[in-house]
Design a protein around this ligand. Sequence first.
Ligand code: FES
Length: 132
Amino acid sequence: MHLRHSDHDHGPETVPVTFLLEDPEGLTGTEKTEWNMMAAKGEHLLEVAVEGGVNIEHACGGVCACSTCHVYIEKGMEHLSESHEAEEDRVEEAPGLQRNSRLSCQCTITGDGPIVVRVPAWNRNAVKEVPH
Ligand code: FES
């Protein structure tokens, strides 16, 4: 599935984002569990991860129509765009829902960070019908 990218030009990559992987082998083909990246404000977490080599599932391509890109925000929730109703409805379908659950494709970086994101191991194939 093609990944939706955030649509405007971004500024410099000044925001530190750490991804903690419960299944590094499945997501990256390596054993490395901690990935540190720099991101720009205006990018969403899913594209930051995928472009940095962490292949978070995105069955709907990042348009809030599945829940495969579910992650936990361990730190820095205040540096991300707020969750909207459509995301909340959708994330409720994700297995392992927690208070810090978000859909990574819906988290736009708005603050300076740092942001720490945990990617659960079971984050696979909760695919729903994608509207056309
Ligand atoms: S990729 Fe489908 S909701 Fe994020």
